[in-house]
Ligand binder design. Structure first.
Ligand code: NAD
Length: 778
């Protein structure tokens, strides 16, 4: 946080500005269910205002948002209802240190050791239920903490909330508080429904003769579960058609509730909040299965860290952990501020959703010709990394999300998961935003894009042979680890060979010439230097032109121009002749590339098969083909059915193979590569069908390798299993025969232990793959 202002005037001006912003965002959030700024930005404003008010108490006061709960209800609709006991918010901490400080203070005020009830902080919205004589009397939103909206008529449509309690022993009248939320699966189901409704709407639109290239988004995807839950709960029945009422019921029907506190409740005859949950459950009220009681702060801190790592293993979104003193007597003793109880705190995890500007939507073309729109955004930090781009998959997804260029968008990045745009903040539009249209031509080669099959959503560039983007993608694939594994042939080199700025005609128009590349044609290649993260060309500040680089060149020491060598130094000086000629030599990258290509010519047949970029033929299918047929010629002469019968191949791959060989330029690749010395056969292989008899010490066994196994790389371990005739699987199931686990093995090892699968260390694994399972027990 930047420094707090020193003088009252500056502090006053800043606090006024903060109050205004918080107020606007708060009303939008609580009353209209709109999130105009991300929670992280809101929290930052809130904490800044708190800090200023701490430094200048005269600026605080009851009317400050820091002293208030939620927002007073301004939206018309539901009747107001006064809570029997106030509903509060929670104070927040954002680090373990802050949490420890809070806990130490709370325990000091309590004057004794306490128990810590630790719960997941559900990202939903607060609700209060009042039961009288075992029957639901009112359901109310939190409102400003004193008065909320009476939403009983909607809650009546939520099946998980009991109208009548089970069991006995409940007070005549009591209030319970909880969180209404959407389970992740229900949220996804609601979005699937939006897609269905939008598709039906589009069909109807077109059927009515309206323009197919100007279909509006009527049923946009919901951006996040919390706002969808809030919106669903506060829907109004008025002016709804029968169809919309049915949809309203459907949405309410998916809402869930976990209770996490009590309001008015005269003398509960239990001593701890955790025991209250037992009582509630016995009356048929829903409580969370995730709460835990700890007796030390260290245990709570560990729990917070551990849950943070498995944030998404829960059935609903969480945004933190709520820690409460479990002893009910202390709740009364410690009391509350005007906004929050003193006996509870919310630890908030770093945000996974942020807001940023959508600057542009650009279409990229991949190895298979698929044209994929992706978003270019103002760089923004989320979940520990800076994000600038996110895929939008296809034109239908862009429409479903309803985003326009210039929009403020909600971006989500959860842990290692790929960043995703959730939707636009429509309330922030000013009319300058531009609706995006999928281009008709391939942005890389100008060929009209089209769907390959009737009903395909994805558009492709049909110029597979020579579209530079596709050739580049295929060449990069050839060098990849799962194919020919050529270290010197990565993304950058693939681009240099297929799309250089110099020479005009790239060395590789297709991959047919790959093994014919010569040093003298590599050396002059020049490429434009691009920013590693954004992909934008780097611009030379002096010339204003893109910076170029010659990746296959090395400049030698400067020498005198021809003829000047024989002059004396004095003569050269007099004539103004300097060392000005630099010898251009091939760089190490160039010689390395050619050497590695040479070695690749005799790599195992399966690797060569993968490098041909045949659809669906990855390492697994390629191995099966190579083992069975022993040569590319044998694969080529096999009928579709003969191919399909091979274990691990099947109909789809067989079709793909036969189709591939029917294309002239594909056959050309094979022929040119063969002429350059590429060996499309396994030496000594006895011919088709051989693998069936060969077997191996691991024939019929399924093995999972996990963690770092001494003596094996990750790929090496898998190859060893396959070479011995076994099946290398990636997940542990009842069908797994052995799990080889080294240091760093995680959930797979746990799963093996749970299922009772035999676990081997690296040394035992080495025995297994060389001598078979029989040697293990000896
Ligand atoms: N983006 C915006 O414009 C905007 C505006 C207003 C508020 N907000 C968000 O809302 C927060 C403030 O809202 P708030 O007052 O509801 O506070 P809060 O979300 O920080 O926490 C208090 C609430 O947490 C809920 N909760 C969930 N699980 C719980 C559990 N296990 N035990 C107890 N309570 C639990 C309760 O409903 C409680 O009222 C802000 O910090 C911000 O993240 C965002």
């Amino acid at each position: 946080m930047s420094d707090i202002p020193q003088d009252l005037d500056t502090a006053h001006a800043e606090s006024e500005a903060l109050r205004e912003r918080i107020e606007r965002n708060r009303i939008a959030y609580y009353n209209d269910g709109d999130t105009l700024v991300s929670d992280a930005e809101y929290d930052a404003d809130f904490h800044r205002l708190e800090a200023i008010e701490r430094a200048f108490p005269e600026l605080g006061g009851q009317d400050s948002p820091t002293q208030q709960v939620g927002a007073a209800i301004v939206s018309a609709g539901f009747p107001p209802h006064e809570h029997a006991e106030r509903m509060l918010s929670l104070d927040n901490v954002f680090s373990i240190e802050e949490f420890r400080e809070w806990a130490a203070k709370a325990e000091a005020s309590a004057g004794r050791r306490v128990h810590w009830l630790s719960e997941l902080k559900i990202d939903g919205l607060a609700i209060s239920l009042a039961y009288r004589d075992g029957v639901l009397e009112t359901a109310t939103t939190r409102g400003d903490g004193r008065v909320g909206e009476d939403i009983t008529e909607n809650v009546d449509l939520i099946p998980v909330i009991p109208r009548r309690l089970e069991g006995s022993g409940y007070p005549d009248f009591f209030e319970v508080r909880g969180e209404v939320f959407l389970r992740t699966t229900d949220f996804e189901a609601l979005n699937a429904r939006q897609h269905e409704l939008q598709a039906a709407f589009e069909t109807e639109w077109v059927a009515r003769g309206r323009p197919a290239d100007a279909i509006p988004t009527r049923y946009a995807e919901f951006a996040n579960a919390r706002n969808t839950a809030a919106g669903s709960l506060r829907q109004r029945r008025e002016n709804k058609s029968a169809a919309d009422l049915a949809l309203m019921r459907e949405r309410l029907g998916r809402l869930s509730l976990y209770l996490h506190g009590i309001g008015a409740w005269a003398d509960p005859d239990v001593a701890a909040q955790s025991e209250i949950y037992g009582l509630l459950a016995s009356w048929g009220l829903p409580v969370s299965p995730h709460s835990r009681v700890f007796d030390s702060v260290d245990d709570v801190a560990r729990y917070i860290a551990e849950r943070g790592e498995h944030r998404h293993d829960v059935e609903h979104e969480i945004d933190g952990i709520v820690v409460k003193i479990d002893e009910l007597a202390l709740h009364d003793e410690l009391g509350a501020t005007s906004r929050a109880p003193r006996w509870a705190i919310a630890y908030k995890y770093p945000p996974e959703e942020v807001h940023t500007k959508l600057l542009d939507i650009i279409v990229g073309v991949g190895r298979t010709g698929r044209a994929t729109p992706y978003a270019v955004m103002e760089p923004v930090k989320v979940a520990g990394s800076t994000v600038r781009q996110a895929t939008l998959h296809n034109q239908q997804v862009v429409r479903a999300k309803g985003v326009r260029i210039g929009d403020t968008v909600v971006l989500r990045k959860a842990g290692d998961v790929i960043p995703e745009i959730l939707g636009a903040v429509e309330q922030l539009r000013d009319g300058s935003e531009v609706e995006w249209q999928m281009p008709e031509l391939c942005p890389e080669c100008g060929t009209p894009l089209r769907a390959m099959k009737e009903g395909d959503i994805d558009l492709r560039c049909p110029n597979a042979r020579a579209c530079p983007a596709q050739v580049r993608g295929r060449v990069e694939h050839i060098g990849s680890r799962g194919a020919l594994d050529i270290e010197a042939l990565g993304e950058v080199t693939a681009a240099a060979l297929t799309q250089p700025v110099v020479p005009e005609e790239p060395p590789l128009v297709t991959e047919a010439r790959l093994f014919e590349l010569r040093l003298d044609e590599l050396v002059p290649i020049e490429v434009i230097v691009r920013d590693a993260e954004t992909g934008e060309p780097k611009i030379d500040e002096e010339t204003g032109l893109p910076v170029r680089r010659a990746p296959f060149q090395k400049l030698g020491a400067a020498t005198y121009p021809p003829g000047a060598e024989s002059l004396t130094p004095a003569e050269r000086r007099a004539a103004g002749i300097r060392k000005s000629v630099r010898e251009v030599r091939p760089s190490e990258a160039a010689t390395k590339l050619l050497a590695e290509l040479e070695k690749a010519k005799t790599k195992p047949l399966w690797r060569l098969l993968v490098s041909l970029n045949i659809r669906h033929v990855g390492p697994v299918a390629a191995r099966a083909l190579a083992d069975w047929f022993g040569s590319l010629d044998a694969v080529r002469s096999a009928s579709r059915d003969e191919l399909a019968e091979v274990d691990g191949v099947g109909g789809i791959i067989a079709d793909s193979l036969t189709e591939w060989f029917q294309v002239d330029w594909h056959v050309d690749i094979v022929e040119r590569w063969t002429a350059s010395g590429v060996q499309f056969s396994t030496p000594g292989h006895p011919g088709p069908g051989a693998a069936a008899q060969v077997g191996g010490v691991l024939a019929g066994l399924t093995i999972v390798a996990t963690g770092s196994l001494e003596g094996f790389t990750r790929e090496g371990a898998q190859e060893a299993i396959i070479a011995a005739g076994g099946k290398a699987a990636s997940s542990v199931s009842k069908k797994t025969d052995f799990v080889a686990a080294g240091p760093g093995a995680g959930s797979k090892l746990a799963k093996a232990e749970e299922l009772g699968v035999r676990v081997l260390d690296a040394a035992q694994f080495a025995v297994l793959v060389t001598e078979g399972p029989g040697a293990l027990d000896g």
